[in-house]
Ligand binder design. Sequence first.
Ligand SMILES: C[S@@+](CC[C@H](N)C(=O)[O-])C[C@H]1O[C@@H](n2cnc3c(N)ncnc32)[C@H](O)[C@@H]1O
Length: 261
Amino acid sequence: MSPTSTATETPHQAPVQQFGENTYGDGLARVYDFMYPVGPDAQAAGVYIARLAGDGGTALELGVGTGRVGAFVAAAGVRLTGVDASQAMLDALHERHPDSGIETRLLDFTSQSTGEKYDVVYVPLSTFYVGRTQQTQLETMRLMREQVKDDGDVVIEAFEPRDYHALDDLKTDTHPFPDGSLMIDTTAVERSLQLIVVSHTTIGEGRFETVKEIVRYAFPAELDLMAELAGLELVERTEDWSGTPYTGASTRHVSRYRVKD
Ligand SMILES: C[S@@+](CC[C@H](N)C(=O)[O-])C[C@H]1O[C@@H](n2cnc3c(N)ncnc32)[C@H](O)[C@@H]1O
């Protein structure tokens, strides 16, 4: 399936943007680095993945974005392939990291494979949740299994969803950006479907733009079951990329899976 975003128009309505795999990336590539600035956490992720891949090893990042984590992985000597559904995100990656050596491909990782196998297949920043149904997430898990070597590692970083799952009302957050613009996020949860719908509205220089984000969250136990069904088993779960132990109070996790015997 190729990523699509189409606009439909009726005589009495403004254009309605359909939600597609590239909606988030194409809409937010310009401000993405303001939303998720490169910092010590991204660096720690790079160290974690590079240690698993080993010197000269290979890795695949699903939803590589602007290379926030991938640039650290590649700088550590890993041969990195990064896939993304948004050409705007991949263009930003190559602009920011022209000499990184990251090989990029435009594809939908929930339904498409690179056709190759890697020492590590990883997906940071809850991007696994872009699969908006349980079946799509299970298929993503199967594709991760298919693309990892038999002695390799699959790594998922994701938020622990209990706070979202308990959300009854709309939640609004504001984020001032360094260029003087302001992002206003309005978040709604459809609990029965485990869906979060966020409207990201950026206001600045006499204009505003709204980009929608829809993700399906999963509790760690569901992720582990999907992994199990895909032929993977959990071997390690930490709270972050630096090895902080995972506890009941953790609000996110880094989970490492290996191929089941
Ligand atoms: C939250 S960003 C994470 C980017 C990067 N991994 C990071 O850690 O900063 C999610 C990325 O996944 C991409 N994405 C969303 N759905 C996708 C899909 N179905 N297939 C491929 N990429 C997708 C978006 O375009 C975006 O670049």
